[in-house]
Write a protein that binds this ligand. Structure first.
Ligand code: GLN
Length: 241
């Protein structure tokens, strides 16, 4: 239940193994007990206010950083919606010097954690905003990235997510509420991002592609898979005129 590596970390940090084991047995995430996780080039503090960063999200950031390089974008302005622990924005910052990032989350407790994480990873180009993304002005960014809550309300999530903030997980009846909101808002502004990058649920790719086709036809949309071969990301790049 607790692997050797985590056992060693518990020992190093003076956290009682039996105490940890009891909690883990009840489904409590070991990451919250240890208090931080490695995420790409950063160490990210986590507590019950934030979703535990997933491996898939490392892929999202990796693919996005590659896309930014491929398109030769410099001095980029980035908007991240639903930043949680801040792991996405922090790793965009670490890979894109001279970027300027705005990271939004509705949870002020999550923003508190994200700010600490930025500080700890020596990142100082992120402006954190605690607000509903519906209230945020999307105008004028080069890159928009989001891993929004995308689980369907009716979905029976496993015990491993029971202790995580539920508002970070559930995205409405079909799980698409936040993509709809974001795409709607983008369709109503003038200066739209060059790249839009989403993490998505494995069955949502085609529906999100349809949303783009009807509301944001000026984007080329691709659906990308995670390492399990499941649809997990949508990348939309503005067509050159
Ligand atoms: N991948 C997460 C899970 O399955 C969901 C994350 C999200 O909704 N953004 O638990």
């Amino acid at each position: 239940m607790i692997d050797e590596l985590n056992k060693k970390i518990l020992e190093e940090r003076g956290i009682d193994y039996n105490y940890a084991l009891e909690k883990v047995k009840s489904g409590y995430p070991i990451q919250y007990i240890i208090g931080d996780v490695e995420f790409l080039d950063s160490t990210i503090k986590v507590n019950e206010s934030v979703l535990i960063p997933r491996f898939e999200t490392e892929l999202l950031v990796d693919m996005l950083n590659k896309k930014i390089k491929e398109l030769n974008l410099n001095n980029i302005k980035v908007l991240e919606l639903g930043t949680g622990s801040g792991c996405i924005s922090i790793n965009i910052s670490l890979n894109n010097v001279n970027s300027s990032i705005t990271a939004v989350d509705i949870s002020s407790d999550a923003i508190k954690v994200a700010k600490e994480n930025a500080l700890h990873n020596k990142v100082n180009n992120i402006t954190f905003i605690s607000d509903d993304m519906a209230n945020v002005n999307f105008e004028g960014y080069d890159v928009l990235v989001s891993n929004p809550p995308y689980v369907m309300n009716s979905e029976d999530v496993g015990v491993e997510t029971k202790y995580e903030p539920q508002i970070a997980l559930f995205g409405g009846e079909d799980g698409l509420d936040f993509y709809r909101l974001i795409i709607d808002k983008l369709s109503n502004i003038n200066s739209k991002p060059i790249i839009i990058a989403f993490e998505i649920g494995m069955l949502q790719g085609n529906q999100i592609k349809d949303l783009f086709n009807s509301k944001l036809p000026m984007y080329d949309v691709s659906i990308n898979k995670d390492l399990n071969g499941r649809d997990r990301f949508v990348f939309a790049v503005k067509k050159v005129k």
